[in-house]
Ligand binder design. Structure first.
Ligand code: CTP
Length: 422
């Protein structure tokens, strides 16, 4: 048709900070004098169309991004940091704002789910390698066409329809992390995959296994940090890929109840773990279904402490008979060396299985275990006539159990308890 191309000049000028606009115009003019072309591209274009300013400014150069960035930095008295292996460069201005430059490029995937091989190309191919149509637009920075939208794949229309759409049928196969990105974008913008994209997604499920564990975790962290974890996990389940990313995980009435309890607990008690750990606890909820799934949690743990939590959790879920939960003292006998976070997960799992009285014991034990009193010392035992040796430790442990069971409540009772046992 003969419609004029869409233009986002107005959005650029109203949504971006003044100094950023000046920089973009300078980049466009410099490109013109060098016979190159400069565009803003990807997330920033999407965000401008959606009416929000973007933090990250990505500029693509048809030509040579690194040498362009060097010339640009020189022009504006900024500093440039080139990343030769990626063909990119970051320019920092005198007042600290940053612009990222890349050379327009296309990517080949030698095999699915691996990192791509990159070669230089034009803007159209650069856009075609991208994940979703809404992220596959650019806008010209050239003085004569400043703000003109480059939209080969109908991204603008998809944004208006709140449509999340891939550019071609192999997009998810080539890079299955895009499935997780897609879930995140759906939640962030209230978009929805179209039917065809969803079908491509379902057909790509088999390539997920080839993704590295680290890449999955990185994307999960992004999802949990910016969306409602329960909603996103339920969506992954609905799309049939949850247990492809997290083998053995289960999304059920119980695991979703465990997750909501966990999130509620974090809110109330401000005992939220560090951001680095949150993804692990959220994911762990998907392994609280039963003793069998509990054993699989260790495989998703990424750090040593997480592995210890996972192992202890499996022990508590598997090797435990009812009498272990009969009293806090009995639990101490079994669990004194077991991880605090593992106890927490078991507590949530028990509550959600309707095992209230066991859950109560675990909860009380967790709390009291943190501050076991030291009413009686080694010297007290000596004074009571005991010879130092391995038996000392045992007496002190008996005292801990008696305290947990409420049989002793102060030093006097503790000493009397020892006497009665001698
Ligand atoms: N991209 C892609 N496939 C990926 C990751 C990124 O095609 N697996 C492309 C998208 O075009 C995206 C751009 O690279 O717009 C930049 O990626 P990134 O900075 O991760 O995402 P943004 O779209 O900027 O999103 P966010 O707002 O979450 O940073």
């Amino acid at each position: 048709d003969n419609q004029a191309p869409a233009n986002i000049k107005e959005q650029i000028e109203t949504l971006l900070p003044k100094d950023a606009i000046v920089l973009l115009k300078k980049a466009g003019s410099l490109a013109e004098t060098k016979n190159m072309k400069a565009y803003i591209i990807g997330g920033i274009v999407r965000d401008l169309i959606l009416g929000s300013p973007s933090e990250d400014i990505d500029i693509v150069i048809e030509g040579d991004g690194i040498s362009f960035a060097e010339a640009f930095a020189n022009d504006i008295n900024g500093t440039v940091t080139p990343h030769e292996t990626f063909g990119t460069a970051t320019v920092e201005t005198e007042n600290g704002s940053k612009l990222d430059f890349t050379t327009s490029r296309t990517e080949y995937y030698e095999k699915p789910a691996a990192l791509p091989t990159v070669v230089r190309s034009n803007i159209k191919e650069d856009l075609f390698r991208r994940d979703f149509t809404m992220n596959a637009m650019a806008a010209s920075l050239e003085p004569d066409s400043f703000g003109e939208l480059i939209d080969y794949f109908n991204g603008l229309e998809d944004i208006k329809k709140k449509n999340l759409r891939v550019l071609h049928n192999l997009s998810f196969v080539e890079d299955p992390t895009r499935i997780l990105r897609g879930i995140r974008f759906e939640a962030r913008f209230s978009f929805r995959m179209d039917e065809e994209t969803e079908a491509f997604l379902r057909h790509s499920a088999a390539s997920i296994f080839a993704l590295s564990h680290t890449r999955v975790i990185t994307e999960l962290k992004h999802i949990f940090q910016e969306t409602n974890p329960a909603e996103s996990l339920s969506r992954l389940h609905e799309l049939g890929v949850l247990n492809k990313f997290l083998p053995g995980s289960i999304w059920s009435t119980k695991t979703s109840a465990v997750l909501s309890l966990l999130l509620k607990e974090w809110e109330q008690q401000e005992t939220r773990p560090s951001i680095k750990e949150e993804w692990f606890f959220i994911t762990a909820c998907l392994y609280t279904e039963n003793a069998e799934t509990a054993k699989l949690l260790e495989a998703i743990a990424a750090t040593k402490p997480q592995k210890k939590t996972a192992r202890d959790f499996a022990v508590l879920m598997n090797d435990v008979t009812d009498d272990v939960f009969a009293s806090e003292g009995a639990l101490h006998e079994f669990a004194f060396h077991l991880d605090e976070d593992a106890l927490f997960l078991v507590f949530l799992a028990l509550l959600c299985s309707g095992e209230q009285s066991k859950a109560r014991i675990v909860h009380a034990y967790r709390t009291k275990r943190k501050k076991l009193p030291r009413w009686v010392s080694g010297d007290d035992l000596k004074a009571a006539g005991l010879t130092p040796g391995p038996a000392f430790k045992d007496y002190l442990f008996q005292l801990e159990k008696a305290f947990l069971n409420g049989e002793i409540t102060n030093r006097k009772e503790a000493l009397a308890y020892i006497k009665s046992r001698m």
